[in-house]
Design a protein around this ligand. Structure first.
Ligand code: GDP
Ligand code: IMO
Ligand code: MG
Length: 431
């Protein structure tokens, strides 16, 4: 039987999922994205080069690895073609990539609607990536969306497109946005179909075939993070999919029994891009220091990321919801040089002590973090490859996170490069 590993973001995204996926992809037979779309920005760094991937799985740099964009994703064919072109321009031409015929397709009006919905929100702006993610998922569940497989049947695609345009043009007109003509969209999407068509197939069949094969290694690459989950995150300041391990089942077409090894990617501190509550957020000089040292600017939008201390309330919550077996503790090197480092262990809200995030924003915004303070360390740790060689204070910080979350730290990352990775967990070392 195969071995599976699910890599998920456990905070508000940008935890370093791209790095970790690429690290394992060198050994994985298959890498599967199962939710989200080109709102993701996954950075992969090796051999002195840095790449940013939006919707293409991070296994694309290993020619042996089969990369799959699963049915739970929202796929923008225009942006996939542009992303592939960018990879080609940088010499990445030898890869395997398949796209689910059931994946929801982002249409040109979706990003326009994303922007329009945002501008109507006034002060309650989500700060989306404006890639049309929410509107595409809405249309999927309203059952008026188009899917990637439709591109393989031009007549059926034309029929679905006409039906969608009837509804969407009315909505666009109401919002004062330009309408779309059938022919221009049809022609462009047929051009895109000519390029991507050979990659579109029943990917669940492909994945399940690999699952049954002895010795195969399959990695599921989550996008975003658990606190941006539409069900469990800081709703409504969330994305429109389920970045959790449970998203794998629906989003890749995989039965729950195969989701059994979950790696929660967590920064050694916290960041958030876009609006919404962030209990441990810092507004002082330390935030500035961490932001600059960690290059905390959005991969997709370039926006400065908000920075805060590690939140063990969030970690326990996401650890429970996603069944996290190990943490990959990322950007640990960024904390070097700080005198003291804080960890949030609980929230105080209206005189009550909370050990899990409340469901409403109004209550979460009132939460004050309860901190413990840990000693910092001064040493540069970017060259360390053995856990025992880390400064004592750094080791104590890792052990404290394990103690507070009751989940072992399986990986400590001390730099963006593939090689700057310390693997503590025996099972992860074997994967
Ligand atoms: P993702 O969306 O979860 O894949 O994360 P992003 O790629 O958006 O953001 C993570 C950033 O941190 C990228 O710029 C990575 O190159 C970088 N990174 C990842 N791990 C480390 C690390 O251990 N140390 C440092 N300094 N940077 C890291
Ligand atoms: P990766 O995979 C960080 C945030 C946006 C916004 C909210 C909704 O790189 O970790 P959307 O466009 O999805 O409707 O925006 O979610 N967001 C992310 N933040 N990392 C991401 O992806 C994100 N994808 C979406 O900033 O607050
Ligand atoms: Mg990112």
């Amino acid at each position: 039987m195969s071995e599976r590993l699910v890599v998920i973001g456990s905070q508000w995204g940008d935890e370093g999922k791209g790095k970790i996926t690429d690290y394992f992809a060198c050994r994985a037979d298959m890498v599967v994205r199962y939710q989200g779309g080109n709102n993701a920005g996954h950075t992969v760094a090796f051999d002195g080069n840095k790449y940013s991937l939006q919707s293409i799985p991070s296994g694309v740099f290993n020619p042996r690895t089969v990369n799959v964009m699963g049915n739970g994703m929202v796929v923008n064919p225009e942006s996939v073609v542009a992303e592939l072109q960018k990879l080609h321009d940088r010499g990445i031409t030898d890869y395997q990539l398949y796209i689910s015929d059931r994946a929801a397709m982002v249409m040109p009006w979706h990003s326009a609607l994303d922007g329009a919905y945002e501008s109507q929100k006034g002060g309650a702006l989500i700060g989306t990536t404006k890639k049309g993610i929410g509107p595409t998922y809405s249309d999927k569940y309203a059952r008026i969306g188009l899917r990637m497989g439709d591109l393989l049947e031009p007549e059926y695609f034309a029929e679905r497109l006409r039906a969608a345009l009837e509804v969407k043009n009315m909505e666009l007109e109401m919002l004062g946005l330009p309408k779309y003509g059938f022919q221009e969209v049809y022609d462009r999407y047929m051009e895109l179909a000519a390029i991507l068509g050979p990659r579109i197939c029943d990917t669940s069949a492909l994945i399940n075939e690999a699952i049954r094969e002895p010795g195969k290694k399959i990695l599921f690459e989550g996008a975003q993070g658990m606190m941006l989950c539409c069900d469990h995150g800081t709703y409504p300041f969330v994305t429109s999919s389920s970045p959790s391990s449970s998203g794998v089942c629906v989003g890749a077409g995989v039965a729950p029994k195969w989701v059994d090894n979950v790696l929660g990617v967590a920064k050694a501190y916290c960041t958030r891009v876009g609006s919404g509550p962030f209990p441990t957020e810092l507004h002082d000089e330390i935030a500035h220091e961490i932001r600059e040292r960690g290059h905390e600017y959005g991969t997709v939008t370039g926006r400065p990321r908000r920075v805060g201390w590690f939140d063990a309330v969030v970690a326990r919550y996401t650890g429970m919801l996603a069944g996290i077996d190990n943490w990959a503790l990322m950007l640990f090197d960024v904390l070097s040089g700080l005198d003291k480092i804080k960890i949030c262990t609980a929230y105080e809200c209206d005189g009550e002590v909370l050990t899990a995030p409340p469901s409403t924003i109004s209550r979460l915004e009132k939460c004050k973090p309860v901190f413990i303070e840990m000693e910092g360390w001064k040493e540069d740790i970017t060259g360390v490859r053995d856990f025992e060689e880390l400064p004592e204070a750094a080791k104590a910080y890792v052990r404290k996170i394990e103690e507070l979350t009751e989940i072992p730290v399986g990986i400590v990352s001390v730099g963006p490069d593939r090689t700057q990775t310390i693997t503590l967990s025996e099972s992860l070392r074997r994967f």
